[in-house]
Design a protein around this ligand. Structure first.
Ligand code: ZN
Length: 252
């Protein structure tokens, strides 16, 4: 059995037997892995309080095919700012859920790891906005190969136009031209442009959607994500309960 070091984010935690915990991690080097942390329930000292949701950790792991074993965990950052606010917790939980759902076990994806850690760092710094959530989603879909086409109709292939002329319709989780989506909801040039720029902008917090563009982007992205889910995400229901369009949680 191979013992190695890696860096990972805690996506999920569950108690196991009397004294252990099961941990789902998204690691830089090995993608998603599931591990058992022996003795983590019985003694907080064993892992030094590192096993918290959203924590970024340096880990020593004994790798196994089904269930790896966590040997050591050192905190890089616990993201305590996220934990101080329900709205930030809800956004971080949703992002973690999406990563857990869409990342295959054991397959490294450095871009996806960077996207998740950048989002958590941004949430930790004090803001949870719907603009950032949509920024995360379009980049996630892009990295995993599920991004809706933004420049041409996904049905007939015709270009959606340029500048102010660039417009389409939302057909499920896809963008189509006006002809192919004659009775469908419109998606404006501004929204398409913001989504395209989200893919080229390397940092959270630089782009801001208006409420109209958020509405359109939300309709497209929610459908695009849902079309690839086998079951609804509980974290999404929680996020919606808190209010889908709130821009809350200013720095305290
Ligand atoms: Zn078309």
């Amino acid at each position: 059995m191979e013992i190695g070091n890696c860096r990972g984010v805690v996506l999920n935690l569950a108690d196991y037997r009397e004294s252990d915990r099961l941990v789902t991690l998204f690691t830089l080097e090995h993608g998603r892995i599931s591990g058992i942390a022996r003795g983590a329930r019985r003694s907080v000292k064993r892992f030094g309080g590192a096993l918290e949701l959203f924590a970024l950790l340096n880990l020593q792991v004994k790798f196994r095919n089904a269930l790896s074993e966590l040997l050591e965990a050192d905190i890089v950052t616990i993201h305590s700012g996220i934990r101080s606010d329900l709205n930030r917790i809800a956004h971080a939980a949703y992002a973690s859920d999406l990563i857990a759902t869409f990342s295959p076990e054991g397959l490294a994806n450095q871009r996806l790891f960077r996207l998740l850690t950048a989002y958590l760092a941004h949430l930790d710094a004090g803001l949870a906005t719907v603009s950032d959530r949509r920024f995360f989603e379009i980049n996630l879909l892009n990295i995993i190969g599920y991004r809706p086409e933004l420049d041409q109709c996904s049905r007939c292939g015709s270009l959606l136009g340029e500048g102010a002329e660039r417009a389409g319709r939302i057909f499920g989780g896809e963008v189509v031209c006006r002809r192919c989506g004659i009775s469908c909801r419109e998606i404006s040039a501004e929204t398409l442009e913001l989504l395209s720029r989200s893919l080229k902008t390397g940092r959270f917090g630089l782009l801001s959607f208006s409420s109209a563009t958020l509405d359109e982007a939300g309709a497209l992205l929610d459908n695009a994500i849902e079309s690839h889910l086998e079951k609804p995400l509980r974290s999404l229901a929680f996020l919606r309960e808190l209010g889908d369009n709130q821009i809350a949680s200013l720095p305290s």
